[in-house]
Design a protein around this ligand. Sequence first.
Ligand code: PAN
Ligand code: ZN
Length: 189
Amino acid sequence: MLLSLKLEDLFVAYSLDSAALSNRPMVKRYLSDLRGSFADAAAYEAALAQGNPLLYEVSAVEPATGDGQLHYGLGILYPGNIGDEYYLTKGHYHTHRPAAEIYIGLKGEGAMVLEDEATGETRLVPLRANSAVYVPGHTAHRTVNTGAEPLVYIGVYPSNAGHDYGAIAKKNFRKIVVQRDGHPVLLDR
Ligand code: PAN
Ligand code: ZN
């Protein structure tokens, strides 16, 4: 395995400002890609009528697959809001439901919405520099930017995790994160 990997699989440089990884493309998610994600549909349509801003970008490093191997991705989520709701990622379950993930905050101020699939219980956990967030298996996870700067983070997950967006597209997260008096609060959708 080791000798079959290229140096660019073993060593990856990243930019804290752009979240770009050396030699890797960034997947770009625009407001139009987030249809149905925000609670305030009128605010969403009004924002889209004004333009189609870039909300976040992700690039992934997937050097090897197989039992015990890891993948990771760098994300940058820009600041902004739709109505009172902060800019967010689509969010997903892992296709392989037991697969957990570690998020490491690098820059900016944000939070993760974690929702247990079996019970629907939700936790709002801060995500920022000098801290890590554990996402257990069987947990839908979404990132929100609650600050004024881009939020940059790394997520590390088992190579067999897979991304299940369909379950969230069908049934969105139960809770939303909105700004109240300048602070993030978790409300029922
Ligand atoms: C992350 C996410 C990243 C983008 O790398 O993929 O934050 O969010 P969406 O994938 O929900 O659009 C991760 O959790 N990987 O498993
Ligand atoms: Zn994930």
